[in-house]
Design a protein around this ligand. Structure first.
Ligand code: 6PG
Length: 254
């Protein structure tokens, strides 16, 4: 647990850098939307972090987006570009947003799935060969994560890598496109960022094992919840870590 939203952003920046420096060659980062990661993105664009990020090697993807134009204030990729990517020396071909100017969310999902498959170099996600190095996740007040909302059919999807969400379960009520659980799980590390008192109640439920989308999220690598004091349930250790695969060399445990 960390003290506040600033400390959360710093802790996340440090975890991300540590993770990126553990891998060599091409790197893939999957970003989250919502307001919580905004401080993190701003922080990564400033010193000292900006000097430590291997900008040339990272390919940037998104876990979900709202089906609005990229310059719409509600667009997740637009937000990350404004606060981080457009301010840094990122090769333009390394920025891979979910397309939102196509006909509908199904078409957007198909295209993004094709793009992810091409990047990955295989038609199926293989155990031991993660698609991403790091996946950022948020927690919605109803327990959703990415655009995987409680009670929605997309929660059960095991084959598709990306799906359309014609109706969002929460504001902003615009259609969404989201990676599915198995795709998000194909990562060396999944990092949840949770901040503020409005998240305390739902986080308590998630950590108690309620059947909510965020509680269903899993990672083939490490799974870390970074939580600030305002969001943390009373008297509880909220850092939950899955056992690490042998290749990561860790013991893990909850
Ligand atoms: C989105 C998100 C969503 C978000 C959570 C938390 O597009 O809405 O990707 O899953 O991460 O709703 O959002 P906040 O950080 O704004 O609370």
């Amino acid at each position: 647990m960390v003290a506040d939203a600033d400390a959360l952003a710093r802790a996340a920046a440090e975890r991300i850098l540590a993770r990126l420096h553990r891998s060599a060659g091409r790197l893939a980062v999957c970003l989250a939307g919502g307001s919580t990661p905004e401080r993190l993105y701003e922080l990564l664009a400033g010193e000292p972090y900006c000097n430590a990020v291997p900008w040339n090697h990272i390919h940037w993807f998104w876990g979900d987006d709202r089906f609005v134009p990229h310059d719409d204030a509600r667009c997740n990729s637009g937000m990350a570009r404004r606060l981080l990517l457009d301010r840094m020396p990122v090769p333009s071909g390394n920025i891979c947003p979910i397309p939102t100017s196509v006909e509908n969310v199904e078409e957007a999902a198909r295209r993004y799935e094709t793009e992810l498959r091409r990047f990955y170099g295989a038609e199926r996600l293989l155990p031991g060969r993660p698609l991403f190095d790091i996946v950022l996740m948020g927690l919605g007040p109803d327990g959703h994560t990415a655009s995987l909302f409680p009670g929605h059919a997309q929660l059960e999807e095991k084959i598709r890598w990306v799906v359309g969400v014609p109706e969002a379960g929460l504001e902003p009520f615009v259609p969404r496109v989201t990676l599915t659980f198995p795709t998000l799980a194909s990562t060396r590390e999944m990092l949840f960022l949770v901040s503020g008192p409005s998240k305390r109640e739902i986080l308590t439920q998630v950590l108690a094992g309620a059947d909510l989308p965020a509680a269903r999220a899993y990672s083939d690598g490490e799974l870390v919840w970074l939580v600030d004091r305002n969001a943390a349930p009373e008297r509880r250790d909220v850092t939950r870590t899955q056992p690490l695969p042998a290749s990561e060399g860790g013991q893990g445990g909850r």
